[in-house]
Design a protein around this ligand. Structure first.
Ligand code: AMP
Length: 589
């Protein structure tokens, strides 16, 4: 049996420990169902040393007895005070490492004496040396110190082979690092690195907190900043809302009995849309992109040289981050390895390699296809009803659930058709329709009535699509069994072939989206014509209620004529449509 070497991600906010067993990478739980240990230490009332969650809770009440973010101090010759005693940064880090070591030993049932520990690529020799010493204090021989982007690349690429250049974009709670790495036959070389030691998901939380502070001030005339406990609750609520906004179009910052004023309770209930939230955090995301370019030029490369983008750090789950990177690089960033655990996994892979163990690639269940719906959008200055809106992107780990917000397009619209597609093309009609349903009985409202569409895909490949009217909760859904395997193989190849045929010889514009939208195939024309015909009928039916007897008769005849030709030749349908359109124009005027 080969020796045991654990891999440790010793992070600023959180730390993890992982191991390779029977060829597989395993992140060791620090508590039932939890694999992340907050990098916080604290001394309890009775003098007991607390590490992790318990220490983080203590921090709120007794900051003088607690230490967090010690990683920022590593390599400094300084004393850190905790409960009236002085410690070196190495000693504080050693407390975290010691706890991880104990957890690993209890899990494996054997002593653990060796570790691979990760550090940021920019760490100096002194900082690396301090990390090594922390390991030794914790009773661990540090067999390797490896760079975090190297570990991340190993987690993604180990066992996949092939030479390539990757951009590792790591946005955690309090730090941002970006590195350009070169991967060649299992060897990872960091070509350039850049970042900001004080930028991360915590700043996103702060934006939501500021928003709530302003709201409470305006609505209730209170300054919550004067109330430490209420602020701590707000902090947690803000982070929870932020996490919700990664998957849903709206989140509510809600805390009952948050404060009291003149003996009366103040409840917080503040809805935030993803769009508004994205406006708040946009400057931070822009800053990370600037750093991306600095690191690219540091490596003497351009956007076009990058083969892959690998996402690391919990805050990379933010859709705006992924969208911006996708737009900048013209490729979907890879996010299939859990961004919180991927550095620890890479450390464990490296540990396995040092120990001479066989290590297989990290396996995750992902969806091989993109699933989405269609919506009305302006494409090349024209309204197009089949603009594709992907909800679950290819290579997303499953199970997954994602929601998007949509609006009705005309006043009094009582129904909306929801089409479900599998594919990547910006023109939904070029994707494969795998289901459709209608939500009916929407409340009487002007255009802009909000609907929330949710796609949930489980491990068995069952896709559930739900549409909900936001104001009333009215709900309609369908379940598509076997969504993942349904269009594999022949059927998919056949569909591709058919679509390739339609697009052959057509010029592609600079941006594929508008080209696909504008260059409609004959088949699509016919289909689109029928959509327009249905819209005309709907409009005519609405006018019926208010039309005079004679006009109503003309309208009914017009509607009938279109219905008669719906399944007939395009030209006949067009004639009937023109007639009704003329009538509607006249009646509207
Ligand atoms: P890390 O330091 O890598 O553990 O990242 C922690 C940061 O990621 C914290 O700011 C978390 O609030 C943030 N985070 C975790 N999950 C999500 C999510 N689903 N959406 C946005 N941010 C998240």
């Amino acid at each position: 049996m080969s020796e045991i070497i654990v891999g440790i991600d010793l992070g600023t906010t959180n730390s993890e420990v992982a191991i390779v067993r029977e060829g597989r990478v395993e992140v060791i739980p620090v508590a039932p169902g939890v694999r992340i240990l907050p990098s916080v230490v604290s001394v309890a009332d009775d003098g007991t040393l607390l590490v992790g969650d318990a220490a983080r809770n203590q921090y709120v009440l007794h900051p003088e007895r607690s230490v967090r973010s010690i990683k920022r101090r590593m390599g400094e010759y300084t004393a850190v005070q905790m409960a009236g005693k002085d410690y070196s940064p190495q000693e504080i880090s050693a407390m975290i490492l010691r706890r991880l070591r104990d957890i690993a030993e209890a899990h494996i049932g054997e002593p653990v004496a060796k570790a691979v520990i990760t550090v940021p690529a920019y760490f100096s020799d002194a900082q690396r040396q301090a990390t090594r010493e922390a390991g030794e204090i914790a009773g661990l021989e540090v067999v390797r110190i490896i760079n975090e982007p190297t570990a991340a690349a190993l987690a993604y690429e180990h066992g996949h082979g092939g030479a390539r250049k990757a951009l590792v974009y790591d946005l955690g709670g309090g730090t941002f690092d970006v590195s350009v790495v070169n991967l060649e036959s299992e060897v990872v070389e960091v070509l350039a690195s850049h970042g900001n030691n004080h930028l991360g998901g915590d700043d996103f939380d702060q934006k939501l907190i500021d928003f709530a502070i302003a709201h409470l001030q305006a609505q209730h005339g209170v300054d919550i900043r004067q109330h430490a406990q209420a602020m701590a609750r707000l902090q947690q609520a803000a982070e929870a809302a932020k996490v919700t906004l990664s998957d849903e179009p709206y989140a509510t910052l809600a805390e009952e009995y948050l404060l009291e004023r003149d003996g009366l309770p103040i409840h917080l209930s503040l809805e935030i849309s993803r769009q508004h939230y994205e406006e708040m955090i946009e400057p931070y995301v822009a800053e990370t992109l600037e750093a991306v370019h600095v690191s690219l030029s540091g490596a003497g490369l351009t956007v076009a040289d990058i083969d892959e983008i690998l996402l690391v750090g919990g805050a990379t789950r933010t859709p705006l981050v992924q969208h911006r990177l996708e737009r900048e690089f013209g490729m979907q960033p890879r996010a299939e390895v859990d961004p919180d655990l991927c550095v620890a996994m890479g450390a464990a892979i490296q540990a396995g390699v040092v120990a001479g163990t066989q290590v297989s690639a990290v396996l995750v269940d992902v969806t091989p296809y993109t699933f989405g719906t269609s919506a009305l959008q302006y494409v090349n200055g024209e309204m197009y009803p089949y603009f594709y809106v992907p909800l679950i992107r290819k290579n997303t780990p499953i199970p997954v659930s994602k929601s998007e917000g949509f609006c009705t397009v005309f006043d009094g619209q009582s129904r909306v058709d929801i089409n479900v597609y599998q594919g990547e093309d910006p023109d939904a009609l070029n994707n494969i329709e795998i289901g459709r349903f209608t939500i009916e009985g929407l409340r009487e409202a002007p255009a802009g009535n909000q609907l929330i569409t949710t796609f949930s895909l489980d491990l068995n490949g069952i896709l559930q699509v739900t549409a909900r009217e936001k104001d009333t909760g009215l709900l309609q859904s369908i379940t598509i069994d076997n969504a993942i395997s349904r269009f594999t193989g022949d059927k998919l190849a056949e569909a591709r072939h058919r679509i390739d045929g339609l697009f052959r010889d057509q010029e592609t514009g600079a941006d594929g989206r508008s080209a696909a939208g504008a260059a409609a195939s004959p088949v699509d024309d016919s289909r689109r014509q029928r959509v327009e015909a249905a819209a005309l009928i709907e409009k005519a039916e609405r006018l019926l209620a208010t039309a005079g007897t004679e006009d109503a008769e003309d309208l009914v005849n017009g509607i009938e004529a279109i219905r008669d030709h719906m399944d007939g030749p395009d030209a006949d349908l067009k004639t009937a449509m023109d007639a009704l359109a003329d009538l509607l124009y006249y009646l509207d005027a």
